[in-house]
Write a protein that binds this ligand. Structure first.
Ligand code: MN
Length: 193
C-alpha cells in the first residue's frame, strides 16, 4: 500500500517558537552520504529519537525503549514530524513550556547506506519509506550494521536489527550512555544548561 508523502518541515515549524528554543530553524539540506542520528531525549517520557536523512529532511521516529542489537527485539518506533538536517548537531536543553521540553543528548551519529533491494535492484529510500519498509546499514559510533524499519499501523513502526555480524543479543548498547558529541551524560548536559 502506498501513502502520499511529503518531506516537509511545516509541522516542525508550527510546533516551535525559535525565539524561545535553542533548536535549529527549519531548512532543507542534502548530504552526498545521507546521515542518521539518534538523540536521547529526557522529555515527559525518556525516549530515543531515531532520524534518517531522506530527501533533504530527517525523517523521525520516537523509540521509547531505544534500539537493540538483538534481532529478536522489535522496538516500537512512533513516527514524528520531519526535522531539519541541522537538527543532527543539536544537543542541549529545550526550556520548560516549549514543545519537547527537556534535555537532548546526541547519542549516536553517522552515515547510512540504503540496502533495500527488490529484484536485485536498490529501492530508493523515498519509495521504501512510502511502502513502509526501510532497510539500511548504519555506520555510527555506537550502532553499526543492518536495521529495518517496518510500518505496521499509521504512524507505528518497528525498528529491528538485521541478523548480521554486528548483531549481538548479549550486549545492551544503551549502557553506552554518553554523548557522541560532547562525551557528557544527560545529567551533565542538563547542568551545563
Ligand atoms: Mn523527542
Amino acid at each position: 500500500m502506498y501513502i502520499i508523502i511529503t518531506m516537509s518541515l511545516e509541522k516542525y515549524k508550527k510546533k516551535r517558537e525559535f525565539s524561545k528554543t535553542p533548536e535549529p530553524e527549519a531548512k532543507k539540506k542534502k548530504h552526498k552520504n545521507p546521515m542518521f542520528v539518534i538523540q536521547k531525549h529526557d522529555a515527559t517520557n525518556l525516549h530515543y529519537d531515531f532520524r534518517l536523512e531522506i530527501e533533504g529532511v530527517l525523517k523521525s521516529w520516537a523509540v521509547p525503549k531505544g534500539p537493540s542489537l538483538d534481532p529478536k527485539e522489535k522496538r516500537l518506533a512512533i513516527e514524528t514530524e520531519d526535522h531539519p538536517i541541522d537538527y543532527a548537531n543539536f544537543e542541549g536543553t529545550i526550556p520548560e513550556g516549549n514543545y519537547g521540553a527537556g534535555t537532548v543528548m546526541l547519542w549516536d551519529k553517522g552515515t547510512y547506506e540504503n540496502i533495500k533491494k527488490e529484484d536485485n535492484k536498490e529501492v530508493p529510500m523515498k519509495k521504501a519509506y512510502s511502502k513502509g519498509h526501510l532497510v539500511f546499514e548504519l555506520k555510527g559510533k555506537k550502532l553499526k550494521g543492518g536495521f529495518a524499519l517496518t510500518r505496521f499501523r499509521e504512524d507505528k513502526w518497528l525498528l529491528v536489527k538485521k541478523d548480521d555480524d554486528k548483531a549481538d543479543a548479549r550486549v545492551n548498547i544503551l549502557k553506552k550512555n554518553k554523548s557522541t558529541k560532547s562525551g557528557k551524560t544527560l545529567k551533565q548536559i542538563e547542568k551545563a544548561g
